[in-house]
Ligand binder design. Sequence first.
Ligand SMILES: [Zn+2]
Length: 339
Amino acid sequence: MRLLIVSVLGMVLVVSSILPAKASECSPSRNHRDASWKPYYDGRLIDSHFHIPSPLDIEPPRPVLGNNVTLADIDCTLKSEGTSNIFAFFPVFTSFSYQNFIDWTHKAEARYPKRFVPFIMPPGKDDVPPTMGATKLKKMLKHNRGLFQGYGEIGLYDLPNRRADDYAPDATIFQKIYPVVRQHKLMVYFHPGDNQVDNFEETLADNPDINFLVHGDQIQNDISNLMDQYSNIYYSVDMLYGDQYLLRADGTKQAFLDGFTDFETIMAIDLATWKPLIEAHPNRFLWSTDRGDAVWTFDRNVGYTLANYGRAFIARLDPAVQEKFAYKNAERLMTVSGL
Ligand SMILES: [Zn+2]
């Protein structure tokens, strides 16, 4: 057990710590499941949106892999909450040796086979353009053949230093990336920007053999129409908890946990927002959390709460849809991707 030395009123006390556990210290049980949130889905879960921290401390105060969050911590949290796999976005930052980043993906696969469904996430320098180009991507994938199942998450939205109009899904940079992605049988995960629906339609039509996953406010209102027309678009739902995103980098664990106090109210909002959409497109929506921007988002109690709420939400869907949303749609995407 790790120890934490705390000074109280000049006295030094040694107390057991609540820091993330080492692998050997992870003893998950099913006791954490919250029976008060009935009805309750008790089956398998796949989280289809999970950010792995960078191993380099280059965006403080963001978490650092191998430092304040380890692969063992992540594995333990997932085991504890009962999530079997994650679509794991492994960052590769430009200006550094890419293999140093990608070696962590190899480590994850070696230590926890199949738990991480690896996506390569290579943003451009300072997010302009939003991704590294096709040549670099091709090289990274060639040297790590068969490791990745997806490409993304890539944000296409406005930032202070870039405009969504310049980086729609059919922008030149992506037109060059799609053949690379196709060759390696990768899914593509985009967070679209405003006013990109027409471009998205063209991209979906032009690339029927590539599966696109998306999330975000910018496309939420159009997703039903897109799904009606194209079979290669999927949506991962992480804006639960009263249709709000509680896992922000500038948030806190306590504010997150407090967000669930009024369970009935937030559940009613989420059911009104998502249940009709999910049930109308039972094969296209996936459960997810979008964790990873702050150290506390990897915490085991946060994991329990995310999964518990997800299970309570899933239990309120049409029984024929529950397993599809919880894991089957994600699992199907895993089996059609990869070499
Ligand atoms: Zn994300």
